[in-house]
Design a protein around this ligand. Structure first.
Ligand SMILES: [Zn+2]
Length: 261
């Protein structure tokens, strides 16, 4: 396979010894090797334990191990802080820690969906609810890019915080994509679900939003990045436009908050 330089803006790493998410990879080192072998140059990530946190301890350990993974991979992995409105104090503490260390990415945040994904009875929280909005407010103050699992309330947040850069994850339905057009502070990562993989969906996202607002993402370890790489090459034949999606757009986003990776 031809190796192009690609930044995967949406991945999650396995948390060793944490059994609540079944994972093909038994350790993050194996997952990193798979990414490298797939032509990924760098990956933005948080841990499964962080993103699916069920307790304060999960959140804190999930974030702490993310910081360790970033260090031990010498920057191949760029950590996004995981936050959970059920644990606001711990979330803000972790956010501050990431900020102190110079990191400026929050997410993917998945709180709205956590209920369904975990199949548990923890109360769910929409993105426009005050307890979530409070966390986002702090992210904006600290100039973080915030990556959120795509749901209709992303548009509400984008309007509430015009100065905040939001990365909306997953290609949604046409109607949703059309609503995103007017939110010029929102970028879309093409990862996960079937959106990025079903023929026609990426083409539609390009048509509605244009390549300047799309980021390459896979939702690895849930999905194989190679499928998304193939789709980008097919749907966006122009090499320069491809490169925007593969890396330049995310580099630009990070540079806008003072980060070089
Ligand atoms: Zn994800």
């Amino acid at each position: 396979m031809e190796q192009v330089k690609i930044i995967d803006s949406h991945t999650h790493m396995p948390s060793s010894g944490w059994e609540k998410h079944t994972n093909f990879f038994s350790c993050f080192q194996d997952a990193v090797k798979y990414l490298r072998d797939s032509g990924i140059e760098k990956a933005i990530f948080n841990t499964w334990r962080g993103v699916l946190s069920e307790s304060r301890e999960d959140l804190e350990k999930g974030n702490a191990e993310a910081l360790e993974m970033a260090t031990s991979t010498k920057g191949f992995l760029y950590p996004g802080v995981a936050m959970n409105p059920d644990f606001p104090e711990e979330s803000l503490r972790c956010l501050n820690k990431f900020h102190e260390l110079g990191y400026r990415w929050a997410g993917e945040l998945l709180t709205y969906k956590i209920d369904t994904l975990k199949n548990s009875c923890v109360s769910s929280c929409k993105y426009n609810e005050p307890r979530f909005v409070k966390l986002i407010e702090r992210c904006m103050e600290l100039k973080f890019v915030v990556q959120i699992h795509g749901e209709p309330e992303v548009v509400d947040l984008a309007e509430m915080f015009p100065g905040l850069t939001i990365v909306c994850s997953h290609i949604g339905e046409d109607e949703f994509l059309k609503r995103l057009v007017k939110c010029d502070n929102v970028f879309l990562d093409i990862s996960g679900r079937a959106g990025g993989l079903i023929i026609g969906r990426l083409e539609k996202a390009v048509k509605i939003l244009g390549t300047n607002r799309l980021l390459f993402g896979s939702d690895f370890t849930g999905y194989d990045p190679q499928g998304f790489i193939a789709r980008v090459k097919k749907a966006i034949p122009d090499l320069h436009e491809q490169e925007k999606v593969f890396r330049y757009n995310v580099l630009y986003l990070l540079e806008s908050v003072g980060v070089k990776i």
